[in-house]
Design a protein around this ligand. Structure first.
Ligand SMILES: [Zn+2]
Length: 156
C-alpha cells in the first residue's frame, strides 16, 4: 500500500509539472499532445486513487472484524473434554441468552468463531467443526449405552 501511495504521489507531481509547462508551449500540435498525455495521467491518477480507497475500505472491514472477534472471544475459555479434546466453552454468565455451545479451538486460534456440532451415543460425544473439518469424540465408550435414535448428522 505504501508503494501505491508513492506511485499516486509521483503521478500528481508529474501532473503538476506538466500542467505548469503548458503555458510555455506555443506549438498548438505539441500542446494538444501534452494535453492528451495530461488527460491520460489524470485517468491513471484516478484509477490509483480508486484502488487506494477500495484498499482502505477492505482494511477497515478487516479491522472491524478483528475488533469484534477480540470482544467476542472474551466470552469463551479453553476447556478440556475427557480424554483430551480441547475446545472453547462459554464462560459463566456470558451466554447472552444463547444456548450452551462450544467453539472449535483451531478456528478460534485462527480468529474465527465456529460452533462445534455435536451428536451423542454410547457414552461418547462426537464433535465436528463444519468450517475446518475438525472431528473428534470425547467421553468413554459404554457398550451398554444406547445410541440416540433418529437421524443424527454423523450417521452410525
Ligand atoms: Zn474449526
Amino acid at each position: 500500500m505504501a508503494g501505491e501511495l508513492m506511485t499516486g504521489m509521483t503521478i500528481f507531481k508529474s501532473l503538476l509539472d506538466t500542467a505548469s509547462g503548458l503555458k510555455d508551449i506555443h506549438d498548438a500540435t505539441l500542446r494538444d499532445q501534452v494535453a492528451f498525455m495530461l488527460q491520460k495521467q489524470i485517468l491513471e491518477a484516478q484509477a490509483a486513487q480508486f484502488a487506494l480507497v477500495e484498499e482502505v475500505g477492505n482494511l477497515k472491514t478487516k479491522l472491524s472484524k478483528l475488533e469484534n472477534w477480540e470482544t467476542e472471544k472474551l466470552r469463551y475459555k479453553l476447556e478440556r473434554q475427557d480424554p483430551g479434546v480441547f475446545m472453547y466453552g462459554l464462560k459463566p454468565d456470558m451466554d447472552n441468552g444463547e444456548p450452551d455451545h462450544k467453539l472449535c479451538a483451531t478456528c478460534y486460534n485462527d480468529g474465527q468463531k465456529s460452533i462445534l456440532h455435536t451428536d451423542h451415543g454410547s457414552g461418547l460425544t462426537y464433535w465436528k467443526c463444519q468450517k475446518c473439518g475438525f472431528e473428534e469424540h470425547s467421553g468413554r465408550f459404554n457398550i451398554s449405552g444406547n445410541r440416540n435414535e433418529g437421524a443424527g448428522w454423523m450417521g452410525q
